[in-house]
Design a protein around this ligand. Sequence first.
Ligand SMILES: [Zn+2]
Length: 228
Amino acid sequence: MNIISDIFDFFLPRKCHVCGSLLSDSERVFCTRCVESLPRSRYHLMSLNPMEQRFAGIVPFVRATGFFLYSRHSDLANVIHDMKYRQFPSVGRRLGEIVGGELLTAGFFDGADLVAAVPMHWRKRMRRGYNQTQLIAAGVSDATGIPVCDALEACRAHKTQTAMTLQQRQENLSGSFRVTDPEALRGKGLVIIDDVCTTGATMRTLAETIMAAVPDCRLFLLSVCATT
Ligand SMILES: [Zn+2]
């Protein structure tokens, strides 16, 4: 897939994924203007921001944030949709680089040793061709130099959660994840990365699974998008 998109890049003029304008040599996937106009939450600059409030007292964490503010029918919503469903893996990696780079400058990753994507069950990954959150994690790793760890897996495919309440989601998710390599996480600062945090049920279930398996792991919860 990456080879094919590289070949397309080579023969076709490179255009901004949002506005369609031609990209300069230094721009990738999005033009500078579109990158700047994606709405930031700036949560990471607040003490006890809305993401941290959501998880406070539920799972222990060092920091939590949702980087962009997600709203329906926005440029950001289209970008996320293309990344998930329309076979644009380069979008995920680039988003990860943007988020990682800006949060690194702000000191968000101080004390973090590893990054990991919320795992996707292999059957779903086969169907989709890739796990978009893994691509985001790779982009965050590129921008920060923090290595990606491969110590988590989704052990059963859960039903799609779009129409569920928080409690239904929690029940649907219980037993969904497994720590495959607890030693790799022992005493480490681990950044868990998700694409969109709606109710927080997925992040919460994964965090609980990790804390049960590796109690001295320090978690950073990072969602590319926070819903408003
Ligand atoms: Zn643009």
